[in-house]
Design a protein around this ligand. Structure first.
Ligand SMILES: NC(=O)c1ccc[n+]([C@@H]2O[C@H](COP(=O)([O-])OP(=O)(O)OC[C@H]3O[C@@H](n4cnc5c(N)ncnc54)[C@H](OP(=O)(O)O)[C@@H]3O)[C@@H](O)[C@H]2O)c1
Length: 215
């Protein structure tokens, strides 16, 4: 597949490496394909390229949204609903507000980043995933004391199955389906559990697993 990774930060680069390692090709979507972060991202990921958001999404079969929350609505507007029509869009964002110096949720129940993004892109098949783990553990997330699980949410069953298949290919034990995209608020609150644990201990190398899950 050709995959558009929307954004050029740490998440974009680490997920792009994962897609390329599994035989896919990557184009980064960005505001400036000649800018410093885009050039750095392309240099970090073998065979990748960068293009303006809409151009990247148009040429890809699926996309990943890996933008800072403050820039997400603008990135989505630049990408356009048309360029993502009928395509899986994996939403990795967490709606974080850093204005106090400490990460806080910028919005919460009943709203969520995932539901907002689906509303802004009505023809894309948005699936929330990968938002409860650090970018360096998004691919092959084994820990010495076990394997974490990923939780997903989205409206389209086929898009969620495609996401679950990708998670399996990326080495995840399971993709736990929490329901439609409105359930993104649960996954984003769970990310705050992950973040608060990290902030309070200055420890960022942890994952979440569900014990006793249904077989
Ligand atoms: N870091 C992690 O380990 C981690 C883990 C789980 C989830 N997340 C979430 O994943 C997302 C990406 O995280 P990150 O650390 O990689 O993000 P980041 O470096 O802060 O930003 C990613 C990209 O957002 C784009 N962006 C910023 N402002 C924009 C604007 N006004 N308009 C359009 N695009 C804009 C930029 O792309 P261009 O400048 O190229 O346009 C930038 O490269 C965030 O929502 C974060 O909360 C992060």
């Amino acid at each position: 597949m050709k995959v558009a990774i929307l954004g050029t930060g740490a998440v974009a680069i680490d997920l792009a490496k994962g897609f390329v390692s599994r035989g896919h090709s990557v184009v980064f979507g960005t505001r400036n394909a000649q800018g410093e972060t885009a050039v750095k991202a392309v240099a970090a990921v073998a065979g990748s390229s960068a293009a303006p958001y809409a151009q990247a999404a148009s040429q890809a079969e699926m996309a990943v949204l890996a933008t800072s929350w403050s820039g997400t609505q603008n990135a989505v507007q630049l990408t356009t609903n048309t360029a993502l029509k009928g395509k899986l869009l994996i939403d990795v964002t967490n709606p974080l507000d850093f204005s106090t110096g400490k990460p806080q949720m910028a919005l919460g129940f009943p709203n969520s980043a995932g539901a907002s993004i689906q509303a802004w892109l009505p023809d894309a098949k948005v699936v929330k995933a990968f938002n409860i783990i650090t970018s360096t553990r998004m691919i092959d997330p084994q820990f010495s004391d076990g394997q974490p699980d990923m939780f997903i949410a989205g409206n389209d069953a086929a898009a969620k199955q495609q996401t679950a298949d990708l998670l399996k290919a990326f080495g995840w034990r399971s993709a736990i389906d929490m329901g439609d995209i409105s359930k993104s608020y649960l996954l984003e609150a769970l990310a705050m559990v992950w973040i608060e644990y990290g902030v309070s201990r200055n420890h960022w190398n942890h994952g979440i697993s569900l014990l006793g899950a249904q077989a």
